[in-house]
Design a protein around this ligand. Structure first.
Ligand code: GLP
Length: 240
């Protein structure tokens, strides 16, 4: 897996955005998946700017959500839906049918998994996926120990993930489960961008690079994919 180290978060975000833009320019109806969470916020801003400047056209692009906290919806600050819409989808002019995103408020998580798997069967494989790395190495909500055979599924969240989640919500919330694309779907993507920023990610970035690929640290599995790259800023690369 190639590693690209940018001097700061801004340049990191622009480098990742360029990867997505190149993908869409090569294939206008590409299926793109970008994580929620803090890491890609700069990428969203760079992509919105690129569309404004006419450097990319998302009018044919399909967007797929990576994951969601079960029980949370768009009205919940810090949900994946709230973050991705407010920083990205609301700033583009997209048609509803261009977006497939987990509904965290669903009454039937299993049916929701089937719906999203059906969408991927129709539009997939994913052409470009941008993943954040959780503090425990999770990608999406594929926590340590996750099965490599999983497609969309419901997950009991790792205690580390539950603790970290406070940063999104501003307060502790009772989030015990997530719904996520599985490792099978993620690792089948044509192009995987693993992204991390800041010193707090330095340790898990070093483990991702140095440890053998195994589901004990899901982010290491990206190294087994056919085309994958790690994009980090200097701070996140400081333990490499
Ligand atoms: C969160 C999200 C993921 C995200 C990852 C890293 O829990 N479910 O989609 O990529 O963990 O989050 P962050 O970018 O905020 O560090």
């Amino acid at each position: 897996m190639k590693t690209f180290i940018s001097p700061d978060y801004q340049q990191l975000s622009e480098a990742v955005a360029k990867n997505v833009i190149d993908c869409v320019n090569a294939k206008p109806n590409a299926l793109i998946c970008i994580a929620g969470g803090d890491t890609p916020l700069g990428v969203f801003a760079a992509l919105v700017e690129a569309q404004k400047q006419g450097r990319v056209d998302f009018s044919q692009t399909q967007f797929l959500g990576l994951d969601e906290w079960l029980g949370l919806g768009k009205a919940d600050k810090g949900s994946c839906r709230e973050m991705v819409w407010s920083h990205f989808f609301d700033k583009l002019t997209l048609r509803d049918e261009q977006i497939c995103f987990f509904d965290g408020l669903t009454d039937s998580p299993q049916a929701e998994c089937q719906r999203v798997d059906g969408y991927i069967a129709q539009h997939g494989p994913i052409d470009c996926i941008v993943l954040g790395i959780g503090m425990n190495g999770h990608i999406g909500f594929n926590e340590p120990g996750a099965s490599l055979n999983n497609t969309c599924h419901v997950i009991d969240l790792d205690p580390i993930t539950q603790t970290v989640s406070v940063k999104y919500f501003g307060t502790a919330r009772d989030v015990k489960q997530g719904i996520s694309l599985g490792l099978k779907t993620i690792l089948a993507a044509e192009n995987i961008v693993l992204m991390a920023s800041g010193e707090k990610k330095a340790d898990i970035v070093a483990q991702t690079v140095n440890a053998l690929a195994s589901n004990a640290i899901p982010s290491t599995l990206v190294k087994t994919a056919k085309r994958a790259a790690l994009y980090v800023d200097k701070a996140a690369a400081s333990a490499l």
